[in-house]
Design a protein around this ligand. Structure first.
Ligand SMILES: CC(C)(COP(=O)(O)OP(=O)(O)OC[C@H]1O[C@@H](n2cnc3c(N)ncnc32)[C@H](O)[C@@H]1OP(=O)(O)O)[C@@H](O)C(=O)NCCC(=O)NCCS
Length: 223
């Protein structure tokens, strides 16, 4: 899988130099280019009717179908919120998406060392934010867009957890390959939940800070 841009390895998390994506309310007055697009010119924003859902394909039918058929109604019902990645120069064409929702998982799904650290009672379910789906357009896979979308989702999950508590960020990977993608960034497998992985929300803040710190270490990258 071809990748551009610099690489840095940090144990146990790996972060690669590129700024956190801007949310749509943080995107003011960035210049746009006609050719290759720097990552700084992409934003994430909540899915709306003007986004061209039908044209999006990541090559995985269930993920494409969810976006085409269900994402808007789920957002209307506030059951799952989908965020889409667009270029500031063309805010109709989607290059990636991610859906977030609240969930809970049983105590036994995470290692005892984690529940002890979080002081969770053995009888309580654990609050969590679910990264249910994450996908990058076929045309842009392998260019670290997935990494950027994941960090964007973690940033949103962390901000939301400060208002409505959420002990874990959970990813539901679509298959074993996707599971490996999440593990690249330090996610740990949940026990007895196929393709389920987690990070504690408390570890998200230092991870985001680390990513921001690395932004200054690499040259701007083109996609
Ligand atoms: C999986 C997906 C989101 C990754 O996005 P991407 O932009 O192609 O990946 P990135 O370039 O950001 O890769 C970041 C890291 O993840 C790894 N990675 C990417 N896709 C992977 C895969 N399918 N399996 C294992 N590792 C993968 C990369 O090798 C890279 O690791 P490195 O730091 O060791 O080089 C994207 O390929 C995709 O949309 N695939 C189809 C849908 C899917 O599988 N979604 C998964 C979540 S449900």
């Amino acid at each position: 899988m071809p990748h551009s841009g610099g690489r840095k390895r940090l144990t146990p998390m790996r972060c690669h130099g590129a700024p956190l994506l801007r949310h749509d309310d943080e995107s003011a007055d960035l210049p746009v280019t006609e050719h290759a697009t720097p990552i700084e010119h992409f934003i994430t924003t909540q899915l709306e009717s003007h986004h061209d859902r039908a044209a999006f394909s990541c090559g995985n039918a269930p993920l494409d179908n969810y976006l085409h058929d269900c994402a808007v109604s789920d957002a209307t019902e506030l059951s799952k919120i989908t965020f889409v990645l667009v270029d500031l120069a063309d805010q109709r064409t989607m290059h990636g998406y991610c859906s977030l929702s609240s969930t809970s998982i049983q105590f036994g799904a995470v290692p005892a060392s984690v529940t002890k650290q979080l002081r969770i009672s053995r009888h309580r379910a654990m609050s969590a934010t679910l990264i249910g789906r994450l996908a990058v357009s076929n045309r842009l896979q392998g260019k670290r867009i997935g990494e950027e979308l994941l960090f964007d989702a973690l940033k949103r999950a962390y901000i939301a957890a400060q208002q409505v508590g959420s002990a874990l960020a959970i990813a539901h990977a679509i298959d074993a390959d996707a599971e490996r993608f999440y593990k690249t960034f330090g996610f740990v497998a949940l026990e007895n939940i196929a393709h389920g992985l987690f990070l504690t929300t408390a570890t998200v803040a230092p991870l985001l800070r680390l990513k921001v710190a690395l932004d200054g270490c690499t040259a701007a990258r083109q996609i």
